[in-house]
Ligand binder design. Structure first.
Ligand code: NI
Ligand code: MN
Length: 226
């Protein structure tokens, strides 16, 4: 499996299928690609905030691929003329060998349009299983105890964890999350996009190494293969 960071919380996860998560490209100066260049089989959106829904609707229409999201966001996406698959927590969407399960996140999920925020249901994370490998994309989240259960049940090989603070966990809390989830590797996300979420991922390395968890720090555009 190959995981490519596209900046912020956007990742291309490639195995049997190409799964694009939270494609916030337009407006992200750190993004190494253009929305026109992205190729994928399915898009997964963790929550309604603009830095996650991002270019999902545009890419979905351009590539004629479905967007997986919680039911309320799926309704919004359908109203914009793209095709969405609505789901909810503990539900799994099996897309020809790519199994994508929705898990909770501790955050909010408004969709802002014309200066007004309307309900995007609840925020989520995703467990993505392909080719016998498991990736956990935690979405935007604070630390919550059920991360232990997510780790126990799905046994992710790699966890993608937000570390920027202010809107999510910071490095200290993300290191605790990693100990609870017990993946083989952690890839930090949702940091250094803008000054309020500046973070140094190296601050986690010592804590993770004590638990035999590898810290994989990517630059936007770089990939981790395992
Ligand atoms: Ni958010
Ligand atoms: Mn965010």
């Amino acid at each position: 499996m190959k995981i490519t960071w596209l900046g912020h919380s956007a990742f291309m996860i490639e195995g049997t299928k190409k799964v694009l998560v939270d494609p916030f490209i337009t407006g992200n100066d750190k993004a190494p690609v253009k929305p026109d260049d992205l190729d994928c089989d399915i898009i997964a959106v963790t929550h309604g905030h603009g830095d996650h829904l991002g270019d999902a609707i545009f890419i979905s229409k351009r590539k004629d691929v479905p967007i997986l999201a919680i039911y309320e966001i799926a309704e919004y996406i359908n109203s914009k003329g793209a095709k969405a698959v609505g789901m909810n927590f503990s539900g799994t969407y099996d897309y020809e060998g790519a199994k994508i399960t929705m898990v909770p996140a501790l955050h909010s999920s408004g969709i802002t349009e014309a200066g007004f925020s309307h309900s995007g249901g609840l925020p989520a994370g995703f467990i993505i299983e392909m080719d016998g490998k498991v990736v956990y994309h935690a979405g935007d989240t604070g630390l919550f105890g059920d991360m232990k259960i997510i780790g126990e049940i799905y046994k992710p090989d790699v966890a993608l964890l937000p570390i920027g603070g202010l809107f999510t966990m910071d490095t200290r809390l993300a290191a605790i999350a990693a100990k609870w989830i017990k993946p083989k590797a952690v890839i930090p996300m949702h940091y250094n996009t803008w000054p309020p979420i500046t973070a140094n991922p190296e601050l986690m390395r010592g804590e993770l190494e004590k638990e035999n968890i590898k810290l994989v720090v990517l630059d936007p555009g770089e990939s981790y293969e395992f």
